[in-house]
Design a protein around this ligand. Structure first.
Ligand code: GDP
Length: 312
């Protein structure tokens, strides 16, 4: 097995799909050589707390405390606080478990003391014994908005409260968000960048939209590869396929590859879609990309890095 001990690897990740590949990478890349840059476009303030859904999904997955059924939240969670919030007439549409609430309380407390989100995330990683660097894409708020029939929804209003049903006409990303120093440094040093099989529009685009991450990714000397989140004509989970249809795109790995365009040096898509992606446009790899367990995650990470290393 190649251990990739000489390569600096950066992975761009959203929540569920991103966390799975991040975990696979963390199994084979020494922590000093791996950085996960995570979308914070989904973050929001709720009941006075700063909630960072994708950062927490990655954190819990890497810490081995993720809920295996949902892919988000913690294993062995209890819901006493939320049940009582509901009984008292408080907002219970965004479900926060008791253990998960401890994360949000601690994060919010540290942010209010003046710590940056980067520093708070590092603190939480230490407490969860996660050695891999997990970095928020920015320390500034960078809220993603969803436009539907002329109405603009903050992301979680659309995603959770409206169960991603209002059709998407446009995704609005902020135009004044800057990269934190730690992210810049990781991108400068990267030999390989892996774009996880995350939602391209609301997980990866918000990261690329942080100035100047897109430009820095373009400059990576070795290889930038992406894994398709679209498998067998649909999304494995969540709204990616529905959004693509509503925005007039084909629901296919090809459309994902075209969306990333010249950013990519190589593209990995699932064996269920064999032969569908034109390998004349760029190097492609067709393989099993479904990650059901820890071994699948390690195997896919190994395949992805071997492919990227060959593209040098
Ligand atoms: P979110 O922020 O929690 O929605 O998470 P992400 O954006 O990181 O991940 C959602 C995307 O991951 C969806 O578009 C899924 O299709 C994709 N996904 C989830 N699990 C897998 C998997 O095992 N394999 C592949 N190829 N894609 C996956």
């Amino acid at each position: 097995m190649t251990t990739f001990s000489n390569h600096k690897i950066v992975c761009l990740a959203g929540g569920v799909g991103g966390a799975k590949l991040a975990d696979g990478l963390a199994q084979i890349v020494p922590p000093e050589n791996l950085t996960i840059i995570v979308n914070t476009g989904d973050d929001f303030a709720h009941m006075g707390l700063t909630i960072c859904p994708d950062l927490d999904t990655v954190l819990y997955r890497l810490a081995g405390v993720a809920n295996e059924e949902t892919g988000w939240g913690r294993a062995g969670e209890s819901w006493r606080v939320m049940a009582e919030v509901g009984r008292l007439g408080g907002p219970d549409w965004f479900r926060l478990g008791d253990l998960d609430l401890a994360t949000h309380l601690t994060r919010t407390h540290l942010l209010r003391q003046g710590e940056s989100l980067t520093a708070v995330t590092r603190h939480l990683c230490q407490k969860f014994h996660v050695q891999t660097a997990v970095l928020p894409m920015s320390n500034q708020p960078a809220p993603t908005m969803i436009e539907s029939h002329g109405r603009i929804y903050p992301f979680q209003e659309w995603f959770v409260r409206k169960r991603w049903q209002p059709p998407v006409s446009h995704i609005i990303l902020p135009d004044d968000v800057r990269v934190p120093a730690a992210v810049s440094l990781a991108l400068e040093r990267a030999h390989i960048i892996v774009i996880a099989p995350s939602n391209p529009f609301v997980s990866i685009d918000p990261i690329l939209n942080v100035y100047p991450i897109r430009e820095m990714v373009m400059d990576v000397p070795r290889a930038v590869v992406a894994v398709s989140p679209i498998v067998g004509g649909t999304a494995v989970k969540g709204p990616a396929a529905k959004m693509m249809r509503e925005m007039g795109l084909a629901v296919s790995p090809t459309a994902v590859a075209q969306h990333y365009g010249s950013l990519l040096d190589g593209f990995i898509y699932d064996q269920q879609d064999k032969g569908q992606v034109d390998s004349a446009a760029m190097p492609t790899l067709c393989t099993d990309t479904m990650m059901y367990n820890q071994e699948d995650r390690r195997q896919l990470a190994q395949t992805v890095l071997a492919f990227a290393a060959r593209l040098a």
